[in-house]
Design a protein. Structure first.
Length: 249
């Protein structure tokens, strides 16, 4: 735990307290509280149906909580919509590609800069920087819908980065990626944190990747927080093993 505390002494950027979301008689998220600190990579994992996507929707303003509260940068964002929250600097990607398929890679990235940068020169510069960082510099004129799956994933991240987030919420960014692509993506996430100073909240099913990249992990099960801790602590937690990782032999 000492290494973790030394690594993550940053201030709290995002705080959830008692989050709950109900859909009729179904409770998708219940009494969920956590803090995301500046400079860390925080993982959110759990079985299918655990409430991860609902939690992401609540955090990013795409869905209001039934009860509980959210604060970002010491401001209450519980009732704020997605546009307001994204302009504050909390930017998310999506499981399913939300690219403008009939537009070029360059134009997809440039559009994401428009709320932050006023001059065309600044937007072009940001686009080129972001494309280079995400390995897209040789694909700028390609239509987004024509990219291979792995590069489409990189483009969705590039679009989020171009909006200059303080917190980047990655929703299953490794889905469909193969071995070398996964390694390159994890290297990118670490670079985003270390070189750009962007804090990351990661929802992902690839357990090996989560254990490698995250400082702390939160485990959801049936909409409730089952466990929290370092990757080592979570991987050895018997409740997590039973609910998610599979029984020990």
């Amino acid at each position: 735990m000492e290494a973790l505390s030394n690594k993550n002494k940053g201030k709290v950027l995002l705080r959830a307290e008692g989050l709950e979301r109900k859909f009729g008689g179904l409770t998708a998220v219940a009494d969920f509280s956590f803090e995301l600190r500046e400079g860390e990579i925080l993982g959110l994992i759990g079985p299918n149906g655990a409430g991860k996507s609902t939690t992401f929707n609540l955090i990013s303003g795409f869905m209001p909580p039934t009860s509980g509260s959210l604060s970002f940068l010491d401001q209450n964002i519980t009732s704020k919509n997605a546009t307001h929250i994204s302009r504050m600097g909390l930017i998310r990607t999506f499981q399913h590609e939300s690219l403008l398929s009939e537009m070029s890679v360059a134009d997809n990235i440039i559009i994401a800069t428009t709320h932050r940068l006023k001059s065309q020169a600044a937007r072009l510069e940001k686009m080129q920087e972001t494309a280079k960082l995400t390995g897209l510099e040789d694909h700028l004129e390609v239509m987004a819908g024509s990219l291979p799956h792995g590069l489409q994933r990189m483009l969705s991240i590039a679009i989020a980065l171009a909006a200059e987030p303080k917190v980047l919420c990655l929703d299953e960014p490794l889905t469909g990626l193969q071995g070398a692509e996964v390694g390159a993506a994890l290297d990118l996430f670490e670079m985003i944190r270390s070189e750009l100073g962007i804090t990351i909240l990661l929802v992902e099913h690839n357990m090996r990747a989560v254990m490698r990249i995250c400082d702390r992990i939160l485990v959801l099960n049936h909409g409730r927080l089952l466990a929290a801790g370092t990757p080592e602590e979570v991987s050895q937690n018997q409740l997590v093993i039973e609910a998610y990782l599979g029984h020990k032999k």
